[in-house]
Each structure stands twice: as structure tokens, then as C-alpha cells.
Write a protein that binds this ligand. Structure first.
Ligand code: FES
Length: 116
């Protein structure tokens, strides 16, 4: 059974665009152009999108309509991108978000919590 999201409550029916490559934490994956980034990740089995700032708890798709921020990730170097409503494009660099950074909490600690 395919786990790809094909109908979205806000974006409507997801039309499969051409197959494109993108990068998740440096790993090359494939999805369809125009589908939500979160849908492409889910189809590849990726369910954790970010870790919370204080307790470092994992978060992923929750509302899927751009309201809750549980799916935010660092996309092409920009943090806090709601992946459930952001269309996938060829070559995108999608990274797990730790607090508000793509750097792991350990890296952030080592840098003395300066902005990285
Ligand atoms: S899952 Fe709630 S904003 Fe994306």
C-alpha cells in the first residue's frame, strides 16, 4: 500500500508532477514536483520533521493544513517552513529542524548556543 498523500484538505487533489530529486539531511530522495514536501517525506518513510527547543521531543505531520507548525523544517537554509503546505521542487535541501536550526542540539551546545 502506498503511503503517499494524494488528496489534501487545503491543497485539494495532489496532481503528480514530474519525478524530482531532493535532499533530506543530505540523503537523496525522490518525490513529485508540486506535492507537499511532507507528502514526499512520508512516502519515503520520514515521519520526524523537527525536535522541540526545550524538551527535544520529535514532531511531524499533525494538522497537515499549515496551522500547527509541527511539520516545520529547514528548507534551502530557511527555518520554520511548513512542509505540509510547501510544494516540492527539484533539488530542494530539506533538513530536520532542532529548535530553530538545522544544527543538532549537540552542535548548538558546542557553539555556546550562538546562532548557527
Ligand atoms: S502539520 Fe501542522 S502546520 Fe504542517
Amino acid at each position: 500500500m502506498e503511503s503517499r498523500i494524494m488528496e489534501h484538505p487545503i491543497l485539494g487533489e495532489i496532481k503528480k508532477g514530474r519525478k524530482v530529486s531532493f535532499y533530506f539531511d543530505g540523503k537523496k530522495l525522490e518525490g513529485y514536483e508540486g506535492e507537499p514536501i511532507a507528502a514526499a517525506l512520508k512516502a519515503e518513510g520520514v515521519m520526524v520533521h523537527r525536535y522541540t527547543s526545550r524538551k527535544h521531543l520529535p514532531r511531524g505531520i499533525f494538522c497537515a493544513i499549515g496551522r500547527c507548525t509541527d511539520c516545520v523544517m529547514v528548507v534551502d537554509g530557511r527555518p520554520n517552513i511548513r512542509t505540509c503546505v510547501t510544494p516540492l521542487k527539484e533539488g530542494m535541501k530539506v533538513q530536520t529542524q532542532y529548535g530553530v536550526s538545522a544544527a543538532s542540539f549537540k552542535e548548538q551546545e558546542e557553539k555556546g548556543n550562538e546562532k548557527i
